[in-house]
Design a protein around this ligand. Structure first.
Ligand code: G3H
Ligand code: 13P
Ligand code: ZN
Length: 307
């Protein structure tokens, strides 16, 4: 059943577990996400970026999610706009049927971010749609970063308190040292957990970890075996994801891990038989690989068996 993001995340916040928010760009990714949630009895946050919406078409995104949601009526599902860049983008998504949106004005100054987020909240809440916003910049923190540099990049907990009170956003993504993609850290992985705990203490709402892919060893290895190159890739270690949840994170944004797992299998089929052209021969093992990643993640984050 399609529900607001709030319905899923306030329960996760109260009970202290994490829910993976999985990105999709096609039918195969979406099917894998739903089938796994069904298998392990997990609530679902499905997200589409503006790029994904442009690729699939807004109506197709909503239509596909609604159809799967009706096939699995016992699964609470939120359809979330990932990194909405403007009020108009959020409005279009809400009108089309999204039940949760992110307004990402984090690259603007604090006041502008606050004003844009407030405008989206006012509109979204009148439709029962939940809103996520972001504070700070997504950027890996390096070993020798100074306190000043850290303060300039990462979330400021006092600002977070004011921001949440003024905007009434439902969820906040505080920058604590993650970044998108497969190359998150130059040296050892490092996140600012103290800062996270302070944001949680001062806001007490569900928090979101962007750039939360882990690039597990087996997934990277499979990509490598397929002939892919991921030299120097580094994700967020599983223990960090668990510590982040203990520090107040409830929504764990995950895209890169699914992409890597999917494409590795497609390339293996292509390599093994260069006269193959039945799409299902490529996508069936790709979906199985994605499902294995999602299943392991739902169990790790604690959303399995929560419905
Ligand atoms: O946050 C970024 C997500 O991985 C979506 O990426 O804009 O390439 O669809 P995208
Ligand atoms: P990853 O690139 O780590 O999967 O992060 C995805 C994300 O943050 C989507 O908003
Ligand atoms: Zn993100």
């Amino acid at each position: 059943m399609l529900v607001s993001g709030n319905e899923i995340l306030s329960k996760a916040n109260q009970e202290g577990y994490g829910v993976g928010a999985f990105n999709f760009v096609n039918f195969e990714m979406l099917k894998s996400i739903f089938e796994t949630a069904h298998e392990v009895s997990s609530p679902l946050i499905i997200q589409a970026s503006e790029g994904a919406i442009k690729y699939m078409g807004l109506e197709s995104v909503v239509g596909m999610v609604r159809i799967f949601a009706s096939q699995y009526p016992h699964i609470p599902v939120a359809l979330h706009l990932d990194h909405g860049t403007s009020f108009e983008s959020c409005k279009r998504a809400i009108e089309a049927g999204f039940t949760s949106v992110m307004i990402d004005a984090s690259h603007h100054c604090f006041d502008e971010n606050l004003a844009m987020s407030k405008q989206v909240v006012k509109y979204a809440h009148s439709f029962g749609v939940s809103v996520e916003a972001e504070l700070g910049r997504l950027q890996g923190i390096e070993d020798n970063i100074s306190v000043d540099e850290k303060d300039a990049t990462l979330v400021n907990p006092q600002e977070a308190e004011i921001f949440v009170r003024e905007t009434q956003v439902d969820f906040l993504a505080p920058a604590i040292g993650t970044s998108h993609g497969a190359f998150k850290f130059k040296g050892e992985p490092k996140l600012d957990f103290e800062r996270l705990q302070e944001v949680k203490r001062l806001t007490n709402i569900p928090l979101v970890l962007h750039g939360a892919s882990a690039i597990p060893q087996n997934v990277a290895q499979s990509f490598l075996e397929s002939g892919g190159d991921l030299k120097g890739s580094k994700g967020v270690p599983f223990e960090f994801l668990q510590e982040a949840i203990r520090g107040g994170i409830n929504k764990i944004n995950t895209d890169t891990d699914l992409r890597i797992a999917f494409i590795a299998e497609v390339r293996k089929v292509a390599n093994a038989n260069n006269s193959e052209f039945d799409l299902r021969k490529f996508f069936t093992p790709a979906m199985d690989a994605v499902k294995a990643v999602i299943k392991e993640r739902m169990q790790l984050l604690g959303s399995a068996n929560k419905i």
